[in-house]
Structure formats: C-alpha cells, structure tokens
Ligand binder design. Structure first.
Ligand code: ADP
Ligand code: MG
Length: 312
C-alpha cells in the first residue's frame, strides 16, 4: 500500500466541520478562525517505548495521541476544532492502522474535531498530533493568574494512571480486584480530555493547567507562573476507588507524583466556589503569597519527596 492509499483508506474520515475550507488533500489546510477569537495551538509527540510500551494496543495509541493534545486545549479553556497527525511507521501494517484510526476517530467523533492534514513517513513508531482550537480574545485560561487567597481545585482524583502503569509493568495487580485494576489501566491508556470543563471554567478560574507530569510538579509550574505558593491538604485530595484500595503511603505518592492523569488543576477566587463545585471539581487547597508548595493533612504539616516526570 502506498502512502496516498494509506491516507485515503485510514485517515480520510471522521467529523467534518463548516469551518474547514480545505482539509486533507491539498498542500495545507485552510481553516476559518472566527472574528474576535484567538487561535490556540498545541503539539505533543508519543514515542513507542517511551510514552507507550512497544506492545501497546493500537486503539489506545490512537486515542491517547489525540487525548493528550485535546487536554492541553482544555487547560487553556479553548474550544477544540482541528487536528493534524504526523505518523511515522516502521511498516504499513493494516491491522495496526485500522485499530489506530478506530481509537483516534472514536475520540475525534466524541469531541467533534476534524482531522485536516498530516504527514506519513517510515521509521520507528512515533505519533505527533497538533491540535487547534479557539478562544474569545483575552479569555484563555493561563498558568499565571493565581492570586493569594484563591482556592485550588482538581477535576477528578489523580494517580490512577500511575497505578495503571505499575500494573502494566506487572506490579500491584495482586493487591487489587480485577475491576479496579482495569479502571486504573483504562485511565492510563484512554485518558479523558476535560474539554467541557475547560470551557465552563473560562469565566470562573484564575489559572489552569492539565496534570501530565504529576500533580506536585505541574502545580509547581502554575505557582511559578503566578508568583505564588500553595497549601495542599492531602485530606481533601479525592481518592479513586483503586487508590483507596492500596497502602495509603503509596496512594499519596501515585496521586502527587504520578504522571499521565490529564486532569485539570486550577485556581479560582472564593466567589466562584459554588459554581466550580457544581461542575464536579474538588477543592484541595489554597493559594498563598508565600512561595513554595506546603503539604498538610488535617491541619498538620506533612513532608514527602515530590518529584514528577522529566525527559532529561
Ligand atoms: P505534501 O507532500 O504536500 O506535504 P503529502 O503527500 O505529505 O503532502 O500529504 C498529502 C495530503 O495528505 C496532505 O493534505 C496532508 O496533509 C495529508 N496527510 C498526509 N499524511 C496524513 C495523515 N497521517 N493523516 C492525515 N492527513 C495526512
Ligand atoms: Mg508530506
């Protein structure tokens, strides 16, 4: 199968949108950014053996490569519209491509994003997605807007993906019922980008990011950008059913330093608290003028090492 047949067979599908003047098939896509809106662009690469195991399910690779990018748009409060896909493949394996496309387009259809172009090359398996969305000018959620006194919130319990990774590596599975192990693996392989929440937070949140490299590390980025500190109450941190099942000391490590959650971590003034609560988020602490992250449990200071994932 040549490159063009491959593109036609597997990637000329998915949602179509009226804001696409030209998609796949020309030298570049032509996209209509509505007047009064800013274009929001993000890109992320997934490399075999680094971001997913070599034997990962093709469906999951397709889903996750899109999900991690849409999560970045969610964190900015953007409306997701368009994506491009740069695919490097060792061979044109049809069953791999069919399953990859099934996973990719399952999420694309759910979020009504159109695949408008890409590139297809031969080499070690790697997937780069660029996602594009829009936000009314000046209304994007940024990392730098938190102020002392704001509440600190998270969209859902963190740490399941880190537990899922341990299970995938053959650890911990004995300590959990199958149904909980499966839940943790699903959160690792098929994360949910919180796009609807990101949109709803535009008028409510003061700062926002998505947790991809561990809650503590990513919170550090938000605090640095905002020039503030935070007090995080471990007693308030929501715990997934799977994490509630394991040794609490390990559960805290997964929740605070595990990567791949793709939950939104954000701050909001106290005046927004009722509205934010109604969106299903959980308050986990507050922003302080004093820099740095301080952990508490039920009013008592807690000390634990907090390092997240870095590539280098
Ligand atoms: P060019 O050589 O002009 O860069 P290509 O031959 O690489 O164009 O691609 C032909 C068309 O197919 C372009 O519109 C490109 O955006 C699209 N395309 C290539 N690979 C993919 C892919 N993996 N997914 C979606 N569209 C793709
Ligand atoms: Mg090309």
């Amino acid at each position: 199968m040549d490159e063009f047949a491959l593109i036609r067979q597997f990637f000329t599908q998915g949602p179509t949108r009226p804001d696409v003047s030209a998609g796949i098939g020309d030298d570049a896509a032509l996209l209509q950014v509505p007047v009064g809106q800013e274009l929001v662009v993000t890109t992320d690469t997934l490399v075999a053996g680094r971001h997913f195991p070599d034997d990962a399910a093709a469906f999951d690779i397709g889903w996750k490569s899109l999900a991690v990018n849409l999560s970045d748009l969610a964190a900015m409060g953007a409306e997701a519209r368009w994506v491009t896909l740069a695919l490097t493949l060792p061979t044109a394996n049809e069953s791999f491509l069919r399953e990859f496309a099934r996973g990719f387009f399952a999420l694309a259809a759910q979020e009504q994003v159109a695949l408008v172009g890409g590139d297809t090359t031969r080499g070690p398996l790697s997937v780069t997605v660029t996602a594009m969305g829009t936000v009314p000018t000046g209304q994007a959620l940024r990392r730098g807007g938190a102020v002392a006194g704001d509440d600190l919130w998270i969209s859902a319990p963190p740490g399941d993906a880190a537990l899922g990774l341990q299970i995938a590596l053959g650890q911990w599975a004995d300590e959990l019922p199958d149904s909980l192990a499966t839940q943790a693996l699903e959160r690792l392989h098929r994360p949910t980008p919180r796009l609807a929440l990101g949109l709803a937070l535009r008028p409510l949140a003061s700062a926002c990011l998505d947790v991809s490299d561990g809650l503590a590390q990513d919170l550090g980025h938000l605090l640095a950008a905002s020039g503030t500190g935070a007090e995080l109450d471990l007693g308030l941190l929501p715990q997934s059913p799977a994490l509630r099942h394991i040794d609490p000391a390990f559960a805290s490590v997964f929740a605070l330093t595990g990567g791949d959650d793709y939950e939104l971590l954000f701050t909001a003034p106290a005046s927004s608290a009722t509205a934010v609560q109604a969106l299903g988020a959980t308050r986990i602490g507050r922003i302080t003028a004093m820099p740095g992250l301080r952990l508490f449990r039920d009013g008592t200071a807690v000390d634990m090492p907090l390092t997240g994932y870095t590539h280098f």
